[in-house]
Design a protein. Structure first.
Lengths: 420, 245
């Protein structure tokens, strides 16, 4: 596929019911990147860089370029992604279409906040150059637009300057959610990156305990030796999930007590800091043949603390959940997309081994808490949310709908719209 | 640092190979038919750190244009020491069977244009007494099969020609590397159903790079095709003709 080829148009589909959906590197957890019965526009071959202004830190590239490929190019030249999700194996197009966020959301907002412009190819052959000033409506619809507004062919992003690839990281153990919120308040101004791991199996006195991580890029000139990546691959799919109530409890207790001191400080390379899971390829196999669901919600501040307590209580009581439980305070910077996930408030993300009906029942109870707190779930991580929860969480969906390309659709979109 | 001429530079395999070489600091002279695509690839290579990229538009079937192109390449890079010939087409075999013109066009593109280029390049490299000429042939050239014997026979010609050329240029210190890829997932093979034997253009590019670095003579890419083709070549013709390959 060639982005500059002016003749590039999407093929005309013989069956009027068939539809397109861009597919990047398939890192979304649910069905937002799937289009059952339709055509996937695989974008990984759109992997060319177009321009890199190394003085201004402005990079343009085709939409199938992986964040990992960008990092390989820019980090040695003193630049970093302005915002990065928890995996570097996502494409630029995917990062825009899901308006991803990262550990610096409280400072820099979402990925879309740093996209200067991009092009959308529509099924009628139209090419729309979108920026905050040009086709601003399509800009807002396509950022976080789940690939439904057309095919993003290229994008231009503003990078962030760094002195070196290292981060100065502090890890603080906290015993309760109120301590977590106090730590956020105390850290958000002085630390560019904050995130926390929460022990989702803790009940009673242990409810809401975890590890709070905060960090900044290490200053220029500081050298910290050589980093050699250790990337392993999880070799096989075990017959049953290795994550179960017993291993979960044991691991979480062990992990919580991993550091004896209340507070530790270390210099860490950006790879393990931002992408711990990328160090174990095919990690999802741990959950066995039935796989896993992720539940990621965000809830506004006023109801947030109470709602998170409720959620953690429900989860701990169920004994389900996994090691990967992440709590993060989102900042106030408005997201540029109509359907962007983050909002000012608190976000909780948890993986669950797929245990069928019991898990779906737990999800329904969690939905009720999120919904009454005025929160919403993250489409990029979702494979099951009820349409009503999507629509109440994303109030701009009727406005967004007008920008969907008539020949584009996804399994996710049909699912959350079927009962309208 | 090499000074490399790539013909058929917009092919997926050539592009992936150019990335390896460009990122390593080699100087590249890229030749292909489509100026817009060449421009995209050159921009990409520059961003990736290639210190010198020049492009040139030419149809390899225009035999009269070869020498001018070689002069331009030599001038642009201040000499040439490595060549990768990567252009080619894969027409539908059944369409070829119905059309003499299409069959001959396939032979022209995949064999005669390559041989014309090699003749010029061989003479120049023989004179400068150094250099490496890498040519992408194919496992399809090892034995004619009903499913693509037009393409296959063109590649057989390239394989045989480069074999002779290798002998001739050996004493001048010029290496000739014949690369025989198996199935590669590129736009040329977009219509094919892919199985476990298929590899990405990036994998093939690594094979080419290593074959050129080691100055190999014949290189199946990836290596396991050596075994597969050894078996296929052993099958006696009376039996082979009954197969559905």
């Amino acid at each position: 596929m060639w982005q500059s080829d002016r003749a590039l148009t999407l093929p005309v589909l013989p069956d009027p019911k068939q539809s397109f959906l861009p597919y990047g590197n398939g890192r979304s957890y649910g069905d937002s990147c799937l289009n059952q019965g339709g055509i996937a526009l695989k974008t990984r071959k759109l992997d060319r860089f177009i321009r890199f202004d190394v003085h201004a830190g402005i990079l343009s590239c085709e939409s199938g370029v992986l964040l990992a490929e960008i990092l390989r190019l820019i980090v040695p030249q003193g630049w970093f992604l302005p915002v990065t999700p928890g995996t570097r194996f996502a494409t630029v197009g995917g990062a825009i279409a899901n308006d991803v966020h990262g550990k610096n959301h409280h400072v820099t907002g979402t990925f879309g906040n740093h996209i200067r412009q991009f092009e959308v190819l529509r099924s009628d052959g139209q090419r729309l150059c979108c920026s905050p000033n040009e086709n601003a409506d399509y800009y807002a619809a396509s950022i976080g637009g789940l690939g439904l507004t057309g095919l993003i062919t290229w994008a231009e992003l503003q990078l962030r300057w760094i002195g070196n690839p290292w981060l100065d990281v502090e890890t603080i153990r906290y015993d309760s959610l109120s301590e977590f919120f106090a730590l956020c308040l105390a850290s958000d101004r002085d630390y560019e990156y904050t995130v926390s791991w929460v022990d989702c199996s803790g009940q009673g006195k242990r409810l809401g305990r975890g590890l709070f991580m905060r960090g900044n890029h290490a200053p220029l000139g500081a050298t910290h030796g050589k980093y050699s990546a250790r990337i392993r691959t999880f070799p096989l799919v075990p017959p049953i999930s290795l994550v179960n109530p017993f291993t979960l409890k044991a691991f979480n207790t062990f992990y919580y007590h991993r550091q004896l001191a209340k507070r530790t400080r270390q210099i860490q390379h950006y790879e393990p800091f931002f992408y711990p899971l990328d160090g174990l390829l095919e990690w999802n196999r741990i959950y066995g043949p039935r796989g896993f669901y992720q539940y990621q919600c965000v809830m506004p501040h006023r109801a947030g603390e109470l709602a998170v307590t409720e959620l953690l209580k429900e989860i701990a009581k169920s004994g389900m959940g996994s090691f990967l439980a992440v709590l993060k305070l989102c900042g106030d910077m408005p997201s540029p997309g109509m359907l962007s996930f983050p909002m000012p408030g608190v976000s909780l993300a948890l993986d669950f081994p797929n245990r069928g009906e019991v898990l779906q029942q737990l999800f329904s109870r969690l939905d009720a808490i999120v919904s009454s707190a005025g929160g919403r779930l993250y489409p990029a991580k979702d494979g099951r949310m009820p349409g009503s929860l999507f629509r109440s969480g994303y109030s701009r969906w009727p406005e967004f709908k007008r920008f969907i390309d008539p020949r584009f659709s996804s399994s996710f979109w049909r699912r959350v719209m079927e009962d309208v | 640092m090499r000074k490399i001429l790539i013909i058929g530079a917009t092919s997926a395999i050539a592009e992936a190979t150019a990335r390896i070489w460009g990122q390593r600091g080699d100087h590249l002279f890229l030749v292909a038919r489509n100026a817009a695509k060449l421009q995209l690839i050159a921009d990409d290579l520059r961003v990736r750190g290639c210190p010198k990229v020049a492009t040139y538009c030419m149809d390899a079937n225009n035999l009269d244009a070869h020498e001018t192109m070689l002069d331009a390449g030599k001038q642009a890079l201040n000499g040439l020491d490595t060549v990768l010939i990567a252009h080619g087409t894969l027409s539908d075999q059944t369409a070829c069977q119905q059309s003499v013109a299409l069959t001959l066009q396939e032979i022209n593109t995949n064999a005669l244009s390559v041989i014309a280029l090699l003749t010029h390049i061989a003479n120049r490299f023989e004179q400068q007494k150094q250099g490496t000429i890498a040519v992408i042939s194919s496992v399809a050239g090892d034995r004619g099969r009903q499913s693509n014997y037009v393409y296959g026979s063109a590649k057989a010609m390239v394989t045989t020609f480069t074999s002779g050329l290798r002998q001739r240029l050996y004493k001048s210190g010029v290496g000739v590397v014949t690369i025989k890829p198996g199935f590669v997932d590129t736009p040329m093979t977009a219509e094919f159903k892919k199985g476990i034997l298929w590899v990405s253009p990036e994998t093939l590019a690594r094979c080419i790079d290593s074959a050129v670095e080691k100055n190999r003579d014949l290189s199946y890419a990836p290596w396991f095709w050596f075994g597969i083709m050894a078996v296929i070549k052993l099958i006696p013709e009376w039996f082979f003709k009954r197969l559905k390959l």
